[in-house]
Write a protein that binds this ligand. Structure first.
Ligand SMILES: CC[C@H](C(=O)O)C(=O)SCCNC(=O)CCNC(=O)[C@H](O)C(C)(C)COP(=O)(O)OP(=O)(O)OC[C@H]1O[C@@H](n2cnc3c(N)ncnc32)[C@H](O)[C@@H]1OP(=O)(O)O
Ligand SMILES: [Co+2]
Length: 134
């Protein structure tokens, strides 16, 4: 069911500093920052030959990553995103097997203008999982 690793997301306390470190320190190709109000984050993507790194910064008081950054003030790996062919079929299979789909259970349009869903970290060995239909 899951396919390619679409991205690994890192929540950061200072987006400009993280962009500078990746661009200057690691020589990475970094996109411009885009606000994603439906998700409560500002995101930057770093294109790698085999996947992407997503840098996440809180947007708005209700950002879902605020708690994470309070617990991890230096930042940290926040989630991993796998690609799926059919996000509704994947969701229904996972729910039938008892996995918790976060939010209202309906896909939202993510940073790549594709439908995404999130699965509870406690059901996947302490790792927040994002599924993206590609
Ligand atoms: C523009 C979209 C973009 C894209 O790629 O397209 C994105 O990726 S948007 C990314 C931001 N959106 C989300 O993360 C949505 C899904 N996340 C959530 O619903 C929450 O963050 C949630 C439910 C995972 C955690 O919420 P919160 O931190 O408020 O809850 P708790 O503090 O009670 O946490 C419960 C429990 O889970 C552990 N936890 C929390 N976050 C993570 C994490 N990222 N990875 C692993 N574990 C996590 C937390 O430590 C608690 O564990 P406990 O042992 O009970 O302390
Ligand atoms: Co993501």
């Amino acid at each position: 069911m899951i396919g390619r690793l679409n991205h690994v997301a890192i929540a950061v306390p200072d987006l400009e500093a993280a962009v500078a470190q990746y661009r200057n320190g690691l020589g990475a190709k970094v996109t411009e920052a885009t606000d994603q109000p439906d998700h409560g984050v500002t995101v930057v993507f770093i294109e790698l030959p085999n996947t992407k790194i997503e840098l996440l910064y809180p947007l708005g008081e209700n950002s879902p990553i605020r708690n994470f950054l309070e617990k991890n003030p230096s930042g940290g790996i926040h989630h991993i995103c796998y690609e799926v062919d059919d996000i509704l079929a994947a969701r229904d299979k996972l729910k039938a097997e008892g996995a918790r789909v976060l939010g209202d259970g309906e896909p939202k349009i993510g940073a790549h203008n594709k439908p995404v869903l999130f699965l509870h970290p406690k059901d996947f060995f302490g790792t927040l999982i994002e599924l993206e239909q590609c």
